[in-house]
Design a protein around this ligand. Structure first.
Ligand SMILES: [Zn+2]
Length: 264
């Protein structure tokens, strides 16, 4: 057991406590959303025209101040660690991610830590077009990108708090679920944004294993869908290709979904 600093003890008390009532949370989160839009240099409406790292920083500070008396930032400062934010266009499955990196500082002989909260700009931008199915994040149906972003940030803040207080964090575990539901009224602990994988299936009937055809340098090619991300990875049998686990040789192509035709 290590010594508990007074700020750590305060945050521990706070997150173990009652949290917000449903009405308090609604008022607080609405206020936070409006503050974000009024401060943001690039987002003026709930559809978040262009989300930047500064927006994420500001959103985090609003939550930290309004919900946790700024204790997350105080603890980070006290521990001498860093917290940074990132908007990712490469995260195509999760809406957000909180990571901690530790590396040793050879000279001073102590470990250095850095936390990072990443939000998938790709998924936010790719969702909330007209005529899509209802989007639920953390058990809320979200009407627009701002709501989705807030739910994702709330989820990631709980991860950060757990890492600061207990080192480990898991949204599958009871402790996480308790904090997320007491403070943010979360009823689910994942997001249901529409991923490229779902879109591929709903709009084009394509999923991993589907036989597809596409044009490459004017020639039709036929192959099997291996992976679906922003582009689709298609394996085309070819004796010049690399050997795969099924013992056959394939060449790998990255094809935009719209250029694929399902043939089997
Ligand atoms: Zn999680």
């Amino acid at each position: 057991m290590s010594h508990l600093s007074s700020q750590k003890a305060q945050l521990l008390d706070l997150v173990s406590g009652k949290g917000f009532t449903a009405n308090q949370f609604l008022a607080t989160s609405t206020d936070i959303g409006q503050s974000l839009l009024s401060e943001s240099a690039t987002c003026t409406t709930e559809q978040l025209e262009r989300l930047t790292v500064a927006d994420l920083e500001w959103l985090f500070q609003l939550y930290d101040d309004r919900c946790f008396h700024g204790l997350c930032r105080k603890l980070i400062l006290e521990a001498g660690v860093e917290l940074s934010f990132r908007c990712s266009r490469r995260m195509t499955r999760a809406g957000g991610k909180t990571t901690r990196r530790t590396w040793s500082r050879p000279r001073r002989g102590q470990a250095r830590q850095e936390y990072e909260i990443t939000i998938s700009q790709f998924l936010l931008e790719d969702n909330f077009a007209s005529h899509s199915r209802p989007i639920s994040v953390c058990g809320y149906v979200c009407e627009h990108r701002l709501h989705a972003l807030q739910r994702i940030m709330e989820h990631e803040i709980v991860h950060l708090i757990e890492m600061l207080l207990w080192d480990d964090s898991s949204c599958a575990a009871r402790r996480f679920r308790g904090i997320a539901s007491r403070w943010f009224q979360h009823r689910e602990f994942n997001h249901q944004l529409i991923t490229p994988r779902e879109k591929a299936y709903v709009d084009h009937g394509v999923r991993p294993g589907s036989l597809v055809q596409f044009m490459y340098e004017g020639e039709p090619r036929t192959g099997v869908v291996n992976r679906i991300s922003k582009r689709v990875t298609v394996l085309v049998p070819d004796p010049r290709g690399e050997r795969y686990t099924d013992g056959r040789r394939y060449i790998k192509y990255y094809v935009p979904l719209a250029s694929l035709k399902r043939v089997g």
